[in-house]
Design a binder for this molecule. Structure first.
Ligand code: FES
Ligand code: FE2
Length: 354
C-alpha cells in the first residue's frame, strides 16, 4: 500500500522553473507535464499521450503556441488537456483528453493537487509569504533524494542531528544538548517543535552571514504542515536579546528556512530548499555564501538518507526502532501522515522511551 498521501497539495516546482516550454516532473508517482501559457498561467497535464503513451515532454514532441503536439503521431492537445487534432481524420474522439491537474502559483511556488480534483481547495495551501516579499532575500535549490519522503520528514523534525551530521556548518554542541518542546495542532494539521538556545556557540553559517561574533541566542521554531511544507523560523541574536512585547525584534537576524518535501516515487523525493533572510538584502556575497553552505548541508542529509533508504529496503520486516525525547516531533508527524493514508504509523509508539 502506498505511503504517499493523496488529496493533498504538493510543491511541484519553483515558479521560475516553468517557462513557455515543456517541463516534466514526476510527482507522487504521476508523470506530469507543465508549461506556462502565453498569458503567463502555469498548466499541468498528464505526461502521456492518450494514443500510444508517448511522453509529451519528450522530443520530438513540441509546444506550438499553447498546444502540445505529440512527437510520435501528432495528436495535439490544448492547455486544458483536451485533444484538438488527430492525424488522418477530422473527428477527434470525445474521450481524447489528458488528465488536467489543479495548479496554483503562490509565494513563488507552483503547487499541484494530487488526488480527486473535486476536492482541491486552494485556501488549504500553507503560506510562505516571505519567499516573495521585498523585505527578504531568498536563495534556493532542489536536490534529488533517492529515499522515501518520510525519511526527510524525520530528518527535518529532529535538528539534533545538526551537531553530528552538520558539525562545522550549522551544528554546534548546544543543538543536541538543548531540550525541545513539541506541540501538535490536529485541527490545523501542524506540528510545532521549538528549541531555544539562550547562550550558544555561533556556527559559521550564521557568523559569516550576520557578522555576529562570540556567543549568541539561537532559536529554532519549526512549523511542519504535512505532507509537504516545512518551515524553520531561525532567530539569531546577541545573548540576552529578546523580541519586544509588540513583536518587533530589531537586534535579531531572522532566517526563514523552508523545505518542500515532495514525493517523486515511493522511494525518491524532490528536496526543495529555500533560505530567506531579513538582513544584508542586497549583499550578493552573503547570498552566495548561504546558497553554497546550505546546499552542502542539504547534500550531507541526502547522502545519509540515501544510505538509510538502502538499509531499510534490505532489512527484514519488523525492525523496531528506538525513539527518545528528540523524536517527539517526528513521531507526531508520522502519526499525521499515517492518518492521511489511513494506516497505523510505522514504528511509532504513543510516547518515546525516556
Ligand atoms: S503516441 Fe502520441 S500520437 Fe501516437
Ligand atoms: Fe540536516
Amino acid at each position: 500500500m502506498s505511503t504517499i498521501p493523496r488529496d493533498q497539495w504538493y510543491v511541484a516546482a519553483y515558479g521560475s522553473e516553468i517557462r513557455h516550454e515543456l517541463f516534466a516532473r514526476t510527482i507522487c508517482d504521476e508523470p506530469i507535464l507543465f508549461w506556462r501559457t502565453e498569458s503567463g498561467e502555469v498548466v499541468a497535464n498528464s505526461d502521456r499521450c492518450v494514443h500510444r503513451r508517448f511522453p509529451l515532454s519528450r522530443a520530438p514532441s513540441r509546444l506550438v503556441d499553447d498546444k502540445v503536439v505529440c512527437g510520435y503521431h501528432g495528436f495535439t492537445y490544448g492547455s486544458d488537456g483536451k485533444c484538438v487534432a488527430v492525424p488522418g481524420q477530422t473527428r477527434v474522439p470525445r474521450t481524447a483528453r489528458l488528465t488536467p491537474y489543479p495548479v496554483v502559483e503562490l509565494d513563488s511556488l507552483i503547487w499541484i493537487w494530487i488526488g480527486d480534483p473535486a476536492l482541491a481547495d486552494p485556501t488549504r495551501i500553507p503560506r510562505v509569504p516571505y519567499l516573495a516579499s521585498p523585505d527578504f532575500t531568498t536563495v534556493r535549490g532542489m536536490e534529488p533524494l533517492q529515499a522515501r519522503f518520510s525519511l526527510l520528514v524525520d530528518n527535518l523534525l529532529d535538528l539534533s542531528h545538526e551537531t553530528y551530521l552538520h558539525g562545522g556548518y550549522i551544528g554546534t554542541p548546544e543543538v543536541a544538548s538543548t531540550p525541545i518542546s513539541t506541540e501538535v495542532d490536529d485541527e490545523a494539521g501542524i506540528v510545532y517543535v521549538s528549541r531555544h538556545m539562550d547562550d550558544a556557540e555561533c556556527p559559521p553559517f550564521y557568523s559569516k552571514s550576520t557578522g555576529l561574533q562570540g556567543r549568541i541566542a539561537r532559536w529554532q521554531d519549526i512549523e511542519y504542515t504535512p505532507p509537504c511544507l516545512y518551515k524553520l523560523h531561525s532567530r539569531i541574536a546577541p545573548v540576552g536579546s529578546v523580541p519586544n512585547p509588540d513583536g518587533t525584534d530589531p537586534d535579531a537576524f531572522h532566517v526563514e528556512v523552508v523545505y518542500a518535501i515532495t514525493p517523486e516515487t515511493e522511494h525518491s523525493t524532490h528536496d526543495f530548499w529555500m533560505v530567506a533572510r531579513d538582513f544584508a538584502l542586497d549583499d550578493e556575497e552573503v547570498s552566495a555564501f548561504l546558497a553554497e553552505n546550505n546546499r552542502t548541508v542539504v547534500l550531507q542529509d541526502v547522502e545519509a538518507l540515501d544510505v538509510l533508504e538502502q538499509v531499510i529496503q534490505g532489512e527484514p520486516e519488523g525492525y523496531q526502532e528506538l525513539s527518545i525525547n528528540i523524536d517527539t516531533g517526528g513521531l507526531a508527524a508520522r502519526r499525521m501522515l499515517a492518518r492521511m493514508v489511513g494506516q497505523a504509523p510505522r514504528n511509532a509508539p504513543a510516547a518515546p522511551a525516556r
